[in-house]
Design a protein around this ligand. Structure first.
Ligand code: ZN
Length: 247
């Protein structure tokens, strides 16, 4: 399907905390950047309270931890080839406000994304994740309205993909898209290694990529028993796929 847009495609990733986009969507981001597309990440917070336990135990202050997590996330985004913007909205809890949603509308209007990635709407382990998703989705709808008072043109209807949560079964997450990230997995691993505050996640998300890669191959054709090194990321679509050909 051809696009009327003449500018490069844009991927927009909206995450609650500084590390979320790396574990869950680093492959998609690196693939977009490798194709020459624009990839933009919005971190609503630094994950300074809820996902920085080591730094708290080491006696760091809140401001020090925010600075550490910012630098880590900036390095990870640069490794993946993405721009990154921090809203510094606070975490644990991330509080939903009309101001944050309005800032996100501004991001949508400026970036005019072709694809949006965010958290699933359920996560009984971490309320910040669904809060980020709700704001991301509300802002997308508001950005579509011609009458919403924000700079830029009304947004089209970019598809929304939920990236994989840490406890997928408890978050009603059943993959319906498996993305082949083999070509960029080394880059994703390097980005993960930019986040020493969450070092326990590096091997976990490497193993997950292997498992999703096995499932990807199983769904791609008759290859049972054949050796392969496919790496994958799982996603769920929120809205129906639009197509002229069933595939
Ligand atoms: Zn998080």
């Amino acid at each position: 399907m051809t696009s009327a847009k003449t500018t490069p495609r844009t991927l927009l990733v909206i995450s609650a905390h500084a590390g979320d986009f790396v574990w869950r969507a680093g492959g998609a981001i690196a693939l977009a950047a490798a194709r020459g597309e624009r990839a933009k990440v919005v971190c609503l917070s630094f994950g300074e309270r809820g996902e920085s336990a080591g730094a708290w135990r080491a006696g760091r202050t809140l401001d020090e931890i925010k600075a550490i997590r910012r630098e880590e996330a900036e390095n990870a985004a640069a490794t993946l080839g993405a721009e990154i913007e921090f809203f510094d909205a606070g975490d644990y809890p991330l509080v939903e406000t009309t101001e944050l949603v309005d800032r996100l509308v501004g991001v949508y209007r400026e970036a005019a994304p072709d694809v949006v990635l965010t958290h699933p709407l359920a996560d009984p382990y971490n309320g910040d994740h669904p809060a980020a998703a709700r704001m991301a989705l509300q802002a997308r709808v508001l950005a579509q309205a011609a009458g919403y008072d924000a700079p830029g043109e009304p947004l089209g209807a970019p598809p929304v993909f939920f990236f994989e949560p840490h406890q997928p079964e408890q978050c009603d997450f059943k993959p319906d898209v498996l993305l082949d990230i083999t070509a960029v997995f080394d880059r994703k691993r390097k980005a993960m290694e930019c986040l020493p505050a969450q070092q326990h996640m590096w091997d976990y998300y490497t193993d997950l990529a292997k498992r999703r890669g096995v499932q990807l191959r199983r769904n791609a054709g008759p290859n049972l028993g054949l050796p392969h090194d496919t790496m994958g990321e799982a996603y769920m679509r929120l809205y129906p796929q639009v197509t002229g050909v069933l595939e």
